[in-house]
Design a protein around this ligand. Structure first.
Ligand SMILES: *Cc1c(COP(=O)(O)O)cnc(C)c1O
Length: 520
């Protein structure tokens, strides 16, 4: 590929920073010079120029529009990230969240003026309780990880009340768990112990039973687990722990595989977070916002965090104080956030639930599992499946199929980009080597899945045929090739500095974009 004079490729324009596009003196607005008058800044006036770039309005619009087209999204194509549930979120739910009666509320409005919004929260909570079989829900956690914190803090409070907090110090965590599980348990002051998986990729029953005892506060079990497998022994494991006085925390991030079919209560869960942004329709690229409502058993419900949504004769209330909660027989462990949670996400989730209905949710989980098994079946003879099927909502492969090719999972993923597919989740879960974790979700059509499978098969065969150089050079067609991700993570340069004026020696720490001809 030859470099172009402009640095552009086809209609894919190179994109400098706004500061690099600076044309001094140019402005999109025309403001009169302020009248001179007395200063009220007490001598703190800026002395030098402010340093904002000069740009016309179209230059700014084009800059951001071009950047937005670089943003790969579920609206542009398949997003097979396992463990993330990147599914299409119906536009209708976005419209509902933007209705002025919802979008323009302020959290400090008097309760009597937001009765409809509180009723939306209560109705969402009712659905979440019905779908999981647990009687109570805390809506305020802002993400799955904070939902875990909510659940474990409630468990801690229950143990304290029983006088067992000093003796039950251990939280058992599945070896394949998402990193947030051990982090949460540790943040709550517990000692984390991993429980290994057996040859079937499920929590090892014997190892678990051997470890259960009077020092165990809880187990954190993901179901289906991060290998995409149903923990079919969950009820038996839960019974063993309950008999020994411990609690079961179920990581519900993978509820998309179970919703409408299996209830958390029937798997023995005492607490479980639900990632609304994974299962119930909220776009979650770019880190949020999400929401992680946490359902709780009757034994844990009194410890749910403030504010507590409460119905009284006069209408819905948010109980905001410890005294208010105690007066109603509750003992919250504290508070997780300033207000009541991510209201816009609640509206999207409820709109989705109402549009889908119980039968639609059941079909969605069925289709999600069917699609993942279609991929597992379509690729098992060329990639190495880590466990025999059937799987649940995601299919897990490892890098044994790349043995002796000199090609890594990372190289393989980069080659997928040239083929127009966002890579799957790589190197997670950690329990298999060089993991490729693929979650198609229920919203991909059979045509898309067939094309994805064809691409993956072709790449696998090319890798096996020894086309190492091509894989190492991928991606060839992306705006940027391979970035130094280690350098970017270890030494992030978050501040732009003007390039040194001529003659000055170059300043190592100042940020400069890559040269325009970075695509050879
Ligand atoms: C996504 C995920 C989490 C964490 O949820 P966040 O909303 O990202 O905080 C926890 N456990 C599992 C299995 C997950 O997939």
């Amino acid at each position: 590929m030859t470099a172009t004079v402009s640095g552009h490729r086809g209609l894919d324009l190179e994109e400098p920073l706004l500061f690099e596009l600076d044309t001094p003196g140019v402005s999109g607005i025309d403001e009169p010079e302020p009248e001179p008058g007395p200063t009220r800044l007490g001598g703190l006036e800026r002395e030098g120029p402010i340093g904002l770039p000069g740009l016309s309005e179209p230059a700014v619009v084009r800059h951001y529009t071009r950047l937005s087209r670089r943003n790969y999204s579920i609206d542009a194509g398949m997003y097979p990230l396992g463990s993330c549930t990147m599914k299409y979120n119906p536009r209708l739910n976005e419209r509902m969240a933007r209705l002025p009666g919802f979008a323009d509320l302020h959290p400090l409005q008097p309760e009597k003026t937001v009765q409809g919004a509180l009723a939306v929260m209560a109705e969402l909570g009712r659905w979440l309780c019905a779908l999981t079989g647990l009687p109570a829900v805390a809506l305020s956690p802002a993400a799955g990880a904070q939902g875990e914190l909510c659940g474990l803090r409630a468990i801690r409070a229950a143990l304290r009340e029983r006088g067992e907090l000093d003796t039950r110090r251990v939280v058992l965590v599945a070896e394949s768990a998402h990193g947030t599980n051990p982090a949460t348990a540790a943040a709550c002051g517990f000692k984390v112990e991993a429980v290994p998986a057996d040859a079937r990729g499920r929590m090892d029953r014997a190892a678990f039973r051997a470890r259960v005892g009077a020092d165990v506060a809880a187990v954190m079990l993901t179901n289906p687990n991060t290998c995409g497998l149903f923990e079919s022994d969950a009820p038996e494991l839960a019974r063993a722990l309950h008999d020994a006085g411990g609690f079961v925390y179920m990581d519900g991030a993978n509820l998309n595989a179970l919703v409408g079919r299996v209830r958390a209560v029937d798997l023995g869960a005492d607490a479980m977070h639900i990632n609304l942004h994974k299962t119930f329709s909220t776009p979650h690229g770019g880190g949020g916002p999400g929401a992680g409502p946490t359902v709780l058993s009757a034994a844990l419900a009194p410890f749910a965090p403030l504010p507590v949504l409460w119905q009284e004769e006069a209408g819905w209330r948010l109980i905001e104080t410890m005294d208010g909660a105690r007066a109603r027989g509750l003992s919250p462990f504290g508070r997780l956030s300033g207000f009541h949670g991510q209201f816009g996400v609640f509206v999207r989730a409820l709109a989705y639930l109402l549009a889908m209905g119980r039968d639609g949710l059941r079909q969605a989980s069925g289709d999600a599992v069917l699609n993942a098994n279609y991929i597992l079946a379509g690729l098992s003879d060329v990639l190495s499946a880590s466990y025999p099927g059937p799987c649940m909502h995601e299919a897990l492969f490892d890098d044994r199929f790349l043995k002796d090719t000199g090609i890594t999972t990372l190289d393989f993923a980069k080659a997928m980009i040239d083929e127009g597919f966002h890579p799957m989740t790589m190197y997670f879960p950690l329990v298999v080597h060089g993991a490729l974790l693929i979650e198609p979700t229920e919203t991909e059509s059979r045509a898309t899945l067939d094309q994805f499978i064809a691409v993956m098969r072709d790449l696998a065969l090319r890798a096996r045929a020894g086309d190492q150089a091509a894989f190492k050079a991928a991606p060839r067609l992306a705006p940027r090739r391979r970035l130094d991700e280690t350098q970017a993570a270890r030494h992030p340069v978050l501040r732009w500095a003007p390039p040194p004026s001529s003659g000055a020696s170059s300043d190592e720490s100042s940020f400069r974009t890559a040269p325009l001809s970075s695509n050879p």
